[in-house]
Design a protein. Structure first.
Ligand code: PEP
Length: 250
């Protein structure tokens, strides 16, 4: 049976006081459920605080990006080795905001994915199309290309210890969610691409949906056969909502 994962992406939000309150609420209310992993991916400066507050609990933590380099003259960058030292289990790679606002290419995303794995981190690889690309009928081509770039570089074996997140760009932070049928169609497509290389790994791969997941739509999305959890932005900053979304995955 495939494991499920619900990961929060705090983006560039938080403060020491707000994080403490949010994590206290999650620690007291987020039940540990067999087969479902829950995590928060936080801004770099808060990793130490979050590690201190979550260690010994069932809630994992991670970062939102990393450098493809392990060390060196890369001012402002953070390596997988550093994330490891702060107890991260996960790191998001290739989020659409990194691709569009920071110019990350498919090749760079693949290098980041492999850097994460060199340091024992579980990459959550994000793929997704813009509204324009969907309307042109290019969704599968775009999303397939993003996924294949990493498959070609890391090999299918890399996906034995990674998660994939389908995040249509038009649904991120917009309040406009993909329908459960649209999400299922793309998740099925992605799993089939992985299955061409290794059926066993494809079957076990957690494919998360991200894009305006809320307590009101989570259950319907997560009950689709190939939707194995979610990558949650805005709603992960509200304890009631994140707890309800995690419960919807169980
Ligand atoms: C995200 O940040 O990856 C995301 C899906 O955001 P939201 O849930 O706010 O759409």
């Amino acid at each position: 049976m495939r494991r499920r994962l619900v990961a929060g992406n705090w983006k560039m939000h938080g403060s020491l006081a707000a994080n403490e309150a949010l994590l206290a609420a999650l620690k007291s209310r987020l039940r540990q459920v067999d087969g479902v992993d829950c995590a928060v991916c936080v801004p770099f400066p808060y990793l130490n605080q979050v590690a201190g507050l979550l260690s010994g609990t069932h809630i994992a933590w991670g970062a939102q990006t990393l450098s493809e380099h392990d060390a060196g003259a890369h001012t402002g960058e953070v390596s997988g080795a550093m994330l490891r030292e702060f107890g991260c289990r996960y790191v998001i790679v290739g989020h659409s905001e990194r691709r569009s606002l920071h110019g990350e290419t498919d090749q760079q995303v693949a290098a980041k994915f492999m850097a994460a794995q060199r340091w024992g981190l579980v990459p959550i690889l994000c793929v997704g199309e813009t509204l324009e690309q969907r309307e042109r009928g290019d969704t599968q081509e775009v999303v397939g290309r993003q996924f294949e770039a990493v498959l070609n570089a890391a090999g299918i074996a890399g996906f034995a210890s990674a998660a994939l997140a389908y995040e249509p760009v038009w649904a991120i932070g917009t309040g406009r969610t993909a329908t459960p049928a649209q999400a299922q169609e793309m998740h099925e497509f992605l799993r089939a691409l992985a299955a061409k290389r290794d059926r066993g790994i494809a079957q076990e791969l957690a494919i998360l949906y991200g894009g305006s997941v809320k307590p009101g739509n989570a259950k319907e999305l997560f009950t689709r056969a190939d939707v194995d959890g979610g990558l949650i932005g805005g709603a992960s900053l509200v304890a009631d909502d994140f707890v309800a979304i995690c419960e919807a995955a169980s």
